[in-house]
Structures are given as structure tokens and as C-alpha cells.
Design a binder for this molecule. Structure first.
Ligand code: AMX
Length: 446
């Protein structure tokens, strides 16, 4: 059993009582109204999902278990010499609401290492995918290739009592989180490895560093090793902090995972569904668009651009009826704290990179330019404004792969949420749908 299990069980028992009393008392209490706008507008702004692990706040940005990103950066355990939160510590937080102590973290890291192994058959299956298949398709299929080992699905077949669903859901959730870097690494190797052998998991490295190794970001030159170690860590922590694991339950990847999970489908089936949603251009692909915007700018103005050039470029973009990618947000009403983390990271680790400097200059120029249009609700940058440029800096220029990085990190959020959904016994989701005709009649009270 997992080292996190006992801690989690105590919290779950407590929260189950709170939840059931709350449901009984407030089952009929109104918390909002549904408008025609919400029905026609993709349910935007409509509260309809119970999701325990995180909440998106218009001003503070994302909160994990009531902690904002800055608090997480400050309080989360880090690797020796590292500056960024360890994903293992963040996963523990998402599950339990607390950070692990040193001993717990150590045991949890070694547990995830053990769970991160794929069988020979699973590896072979993933390696047999066509090299030109989109990395997200491979990733989702790779997760599905591991699904036959679902412990939850087996327990369900064996007739486990529903009060115990969460226990094997936890087992699967941890397995999925532990295995996704390996699956994503195999996909990378398959698509871009040019036949190079896939490195094995290295027990001396943590979760993120192993993933970086699969992506080929390592160097055997010993004299370089220390410097590289830090860079490598910095790089990979950047991935996790910026494609931050969770962004409440209403975004497509989280909601798709949650919805499929509500049928009591196991965590592999649910997570793969979420990843298929993440593969959509309006969701996980936005950071590619943003990078293209910056690269096109460089193509036009070279590397000796000025802030005046940026202003012109934004004006031309708007005049041609396009949006400025990386700016604005459906919920946030301030600079995305995830962007601030990117900026802070870049200020510390990256000097003299023209593309990164362009990101910084855009931050000085674009909010004003967008505000002048008078219609943009939020002229500030979101996470996508900086992430692509940072990845490019580290030589990760395979654009099609960026969404897979996003997917690996999202596993931590959506899988912890699924443990809680089963623990609270949430029912199958089944909202009503209406035809336009019905909706029109409802408006007239017919
Ligand atoms: N550039 C130009 N115009 C913008 C804009 C931007 N970055 N952001 C918003 N606007 C425009 C809208 O297109 C809309 O114009 P319209 O009235 O002519 O249709 C008007 O401002 C009002 O929109 P809004 O209320 O500010 O935003 P929204 O909630 O409808 O949309 C979002 C939010 C993110 C889709 C939008 O800001 C946008 O398209 N941004 C650029 C793309 C982007 O960065 N996407 C990634 C978001 C982060 C993520 O989830 N990964």
C-alpha cells in the first residue's frame, strides 16, 4: 500500500462526514441561477462540478488546497540545491491538503520510482506506434496500453464494496502519475529519437530528472555534470510549475477526466479521455500558437527589434482580426501567476536569449496596447505567453510535443481529484440538455 494511504484515509473519513451532513442540510439551497447565456455559452461561469483539489480565482490565479502558487513555491519541498517545487511534494499536497515531511517525501519518491516501471509488453506496444503519429495520440494510446493493469477495474470486477472504491483508485492514480513520464518519454523517443535507444529509469534521479533524461537532456561529461544537474532540474521543474498540474475542474481536460470517471471507469480510461480533450487546439495547443506569434515576429523584425516594433506588430495583428495569443483569460483578471513564475525563472536562469527577452518586452508593451482596444476583459499575459520560449531555450523545439508535457503535469491534478471523487461517492454526471426549441419555450414559460 502507498505511504500516503494512511494520511489520506484519516482525511477522507473526516471529509466524508462533512460532505454527507452538508448535502443533507443544504441539498435545496440555491447558489446561483442558470441563464440562457450559460446554456448557449459553453456553461461558462456556471458552478456545476464538485472538485476537491484546486480552485481558480480571478485575481490570485490557481489555488491548490487553498494555497496560491506563490505560497506553494515558498513552502513546497525542493530538490537539494533546487529552487522550484518538487512535483512529488505537490502531488502529496493535492491528495492530502498538506506537504509531506522529509521522511514522507523520501519514501513517496521511492514509491513513485517503483510504480514508474512499464512492462516489456507495454513498452514494445508504445514503441510500435507509427513515428509520424501525433505525440498526443501516442500519449493517450500509451496510457491505454497500461490500462489492463488497472487495480480498480480488477477490484470492481471482483465485487469490491463501494466504500472502498477510493483505495484502488488511489493505487491506479499513483501508478498513472508515476508512469506518465515514462510513457511520454517513450513517445518522445519514438517521434524524435531517430532510433536512439530509450534510456532506462535511473534510481539515483528523481521523478522530474528521470523525465528530462528520457527527453535526452543530459550530458555525460563529468566536469559539466554539476552545472548541468542544476540546469536540468531547473528546466524540468519549470515544466511542472508552469504547465501547472491542476486548474480546477471545469477546464476540458479536468472535466473530461472527471466525467468519464463518474461512470466508474478506471483512472486510466478517465485520464486518457482527459488527454484527448487536451489535444484540442483551443486547450492544450495554445502555447504553440503563442510561440509561433513570437517566431513570426522575429522573422519579420530580426533580433534587433524595438518596443515600437512590438506595438506595430500588435496593431497589425488586431487589424487583421486575430487575437494576440498568450494574453487574456476567460476567468483570470490579472497577470497569470504562472506567467510570473516563468518570468522569475527566466530572470534567474536565462540571460541573453533574444526570444526570452522578446517575451519580457511584450509584457511591457502588450497589456497597454490591448487595454486601448477597450474591449478586452483582461489584457494581461497568461501561462502560454512565456512557456514556449523557455522550452525553446532548452532546445526543446518539437512543437507538437509541448502538449504532452502539459499532459504529464496535468496527471497529478486530475488523478488526485479522482481519488477524492470516489472517496466522496460522487454520482454519475447527467446534466439535462435542451434543443433550441425547448430553450425558446422555456424563455416564454411555456
Ligand atoms: N487579443 C485580441 N483580442 C482579445 C484578446 C487578445 N489576447 N483577448 C480578448 N480579446 C477580445 C475578444 O476576442 C473579444 O472580442 P470580440 O468582442 O470582438 O469577440 C473581447 O476581447 C472580449 O473578450 P474577453 O471577455 O476579454 O475574453 P474571453 O473570455 O472571451 O476569451 C481568451 C478569453 C483566452 C479566449 C481570449 O483572451 C483570447 O483569445 N486570448 C488569446 C489566446 C490565448 O492566449 N489563449 C490561451 C488562454 C490560456 C489557456 O487556457 N491556456
Amino acid at each position: 500500500a502507498s505511504v500516503v494511504r494512511n494520511k489520506l484515509e484519516a482525511k477522507i473519513v473526516e471529509q466524508q462526514k462533512v460532505f454527507s451532513a452538508f448535502k443533507k442540510e443544504h441539498g435545496n439551497t440555491k447558489i446561483g441561477e442558470i441563464t440562457v447565456g450559460s446554456v448557449c455559452g459553453g456553461m461558462r461561469g456556471m458552478a456545476g462540478i464538485l472538485y476537491e483539489t484546486s480552485k481558480l480565482h480571478p485575481i490570485q490565479g490557481i489555488n491548490y488546497r487553498e494555497k496560491d502558487l506563490y505560497e506553494i513555491k515558498e513552502q513546497a519541498p525542493r530538490a537539494e540545491g533546487g529552487r522550484e517545487p518538487l512535483p512529488e511534494g505537490v502531488l502529496w499536497l493535492l491528495l492530502t491538503g498538506e506537504f509531506p515531511n522529509e521522511q514522507e517525501l523520501k519514501e513517496f519518491q521511492s514509491e513513485l520510482y517503483q510504480r514508474g516501471h512499464l512492462s516489456k509488453d507495454e513498452e514494445r506496444l508504445i514503441q510500435a506506434f507509427p513515428k509520424d503519429m501525433h505525440p498526443m495520440t501516442q500519449f493517450s494510446m500509451g496510457v491505454m496500453a497500461c490500462q489492463p493493469n488497472s487495480k480498480y477495474a480488477k477490484a470492481y470486477r471482483d465485487g469490491v464494496h463501494k466504500s472502498k472504491y477510493w483505495e484502488t483508485t488511489l493505487e491506479d492514480a499513483l501508478d498513472v502519475c508515476a508512469k506518465v513520464p515514462r510513457i511520454a518519454g517513450l513517445v518522445f523517443n519514438n517521434s524524435y529519437g531517430h532510433g536512439k535507444p530509450m534510456p532506462d529509469q535511473d534510481p539515483s534521479l528523481d521523478y522530474s530528472a528521470n523525465y528530462a533524461r528520457y527527453l535526452g537532456i543530459e550530458d555525460k561529461n563529468f566536469s559539466e555534470l554539476m552545472r548541468l544537474y542544476l540546469v536540468l532540474h531547473a528546466y524540468i521543474y519549470f515544466i511542472f510549475i508552469n504547465f501547472i498540474s491542476d486548474h480546477e475542474g471545469g477546464n476540458v481536460s479536468a472535466h473530461a477526466t472527471h466525467l468519464v470517471g463518474s461512470t466508474l471507469a478506471d483512472p486510466y480510461l478517465s485520464f486518457a479521455a482527459g488527454m484527448n480533450g487536451l489535444a484540442g487546439p483551443l486547450h492544450g495547443l495554445a502555447n504553440q500558437e503563442c510561440l509561433r506569434f513570437l517566431l513570426d515576429f522575429q522573422t519579420k523584425y530580426g533580433t534587433k527589434w524595438t518596443e515600437h516594433d512590438i506595438r506595430d506588430y500588435v496593431r497589425d495583428t488586431l487589424a487583421s482580426g486575430k487575437v494576440v495569443p498568450g494574453y487574456g483569460h476567460a476567468v483570470l483578471r490579472q497577470t497569470d501567476p504562472r506567467f510570473m513564475c516563468e518570468l522569475e525563472f527566466a530572470n534567474h536562469y536565462i540571460h541573453d536569449d533574444n526570444l526570452v527577452n522578446l517575451v519580457k518586452a511584450c509584457y511591457r508593451v502588450i497589456p497597454d496596447a490591448l487595454a486601448q482596444t477597450g474591449k478586452v476583459s483582461n489584457p494581461w499575459p497568461n501561462v502560454d505567453a512565456g512557456s514556449g520560449a523557455l522550452l525553446m531555450h532548452y532546445g526543446l523545439n518539437q512543437f507538437d510535443y509541448y502538449t504532452v508535457l502539459f499532459g504529464v503535469s496535468r496527471a497529478l491534478g486530475v488523478m488526485s481529484a479522482q481519488v477524492w471523487s470516489r472517496a466522496l461517492g460522487l454520482p454519475i454526471e447527467r446534466p439535462n440538455s435542451l434543443t433550441l426549441n425547448h430553450l425558446m419555450k422555456k424563455v416564454k414559460n411555456e
